[in-house]
Write a protein that binds this ligand. Structure first.
Ligand SMILES: [Zn+2]
Length: 340
């Protein structure tokens, strides 16, 4: 038995007729062209006869487990006995109705990304799969359906092998927008997003995000002390937490940090109420970076979920830095976030 804690148990009937997984090559991301409820209805009606996936992620981040990962699910055609599959909602509700005949699948939203990251982290730990991006359907790690599709990314010579993940040539699943989000999802699952992303791409390449203005005021740092940064004139908070999941990203430009010195960055939550002392009450994992000749450029990404404050207080997300340098200073800061 391999059931993910926290997932809703929606196991299909007759799991055992599927046969056991033969290996755990990786995790494959799919899109439903539908809703979680619609897909669940279809899967439950047919049981494990027909196509199904191990997991489903709904519009609001709901996680359904349809097949125990000890058994195969058919979403990856000839690779099904080697790949754990995750189907994701993309139609109706906040996704709207879009033309399904082309490559128009909308981006995964923040709640879905949080859930996909959780499933990847659990599946990789449970089945000893390295958390890294697959370069093609013959690789190990995290991949997406189109990698194994003939007439898409699968070279013809692999047709008929376990690396063919679809019967249907030219399938675009999960769509170019979602495919563009996979590398950042893998980084989040690894727990330490250290590779800088370009600010112009926004969070996960999504078009909907808040913030994003670059604040250029110089901020001096104090050696060996964590310090909250201003993210705008007179403003330290990136967002006010309301209990829904969020993704936050910060980009920093640092000058005066020598190559043997370090700077650390982390997000924190602070309890705020006008007229009272603000208290820091939650600390996320920090990321460390060494200095370099010239300016040092840092990006840091965090996913989280923080409740509303009580007794008239509210929880605010902020960013802090620490350094062992006497000369380092921040010359620009940009923050972005997505919620819900
Ligand atoms: Zn698919």
């Amino acid at each position: 038995m391999a059931m993910m804690p926290g997932a809703t148990n929606r196991l299909l009937s007759n799991q055992a007729r599927q046969g056991r997984m033969k290996s755990y090559q990786g995790v494959c991301l799919h899109t439903m062209v539908g809703s979680l409820a619609g897909t669940d209805g279809m899967f439950q009606k047919d049981g494990t006869v027909g196509t199904e996936s191990h997991f489903g992620v709904g519009e609001h981040g709901e996680i359904y487990q349809w097949v125990d990962t000890a058994y195969t699910a058919d979403a990856n055609y000839l690779g099904s006995a080697h790949v754990i599959s995750i189907e994701t909602a993309d139609y109706g509700g906040s996704f709207g109705r879009w033309n399904t005949s082309g490559d128009n699948v909308p981006y995964w939203n923040a709640a879905q990304i949080v859930s996909i990251v959780k499933i990847i982290a659990w599946a990789c730990k449970t089945h000893d799969i390295p958390i890294r991006m697959m370069s093609n359907s013959r690789d190990v790690g995290i991949g997406y359906h189109a990698m194994g599709v003939p007439g898409n990314e699968l070279p013809n010579k692999y047709k008929g092998t376990r690396y063919q993940w679809s019967k249907y040539a030219g399938k675009v699943c999960p769509g170019k927008k979602r495919i563009s989000q996979v590398p950042e999802i893998v980084k989040l699952a690894q727990g330490s997003p250290t590779t800088p992303a370009k600010p112009k791409e926004g969070i996960f390449g999504m078009s909907k995000y808040s913030g994003g203005r670059i604040y250029r005021a110089v901020q001096h740092l104090v050696k060996n002390k964590w310090r909250s940064l201003y993210v705008g004139k007179g403003a330290m908070s990136i967002l006010t937490c309301d209990g829904s999941p969020y993704l936050a990203q910060v980009y920093l430009t640092v000058t005066g940090l020598k190559p043997d010195e370090t700077i650390q960055v982390r997000f924190i939550t602070a309890s705020y109420k006008s007229g009272t002392t603000t208290k820091n009450n939650g600390y996320y994992a920090k990321q460390e970076q060494h200095g370099s000749a010239g300016g040092t450029y840092i990006s840091h990404t965090q996913i989280g979920k923080t409740g509303k404050g009580k007794n008239g207080r509210s929880n605010r997300l902020r960013v802090q830095v620490w350094t062992d340098s006497k000369t380092a200073k921040i010359t620009s800061i940009q923050t972005k976030f997505m919620k819900g």
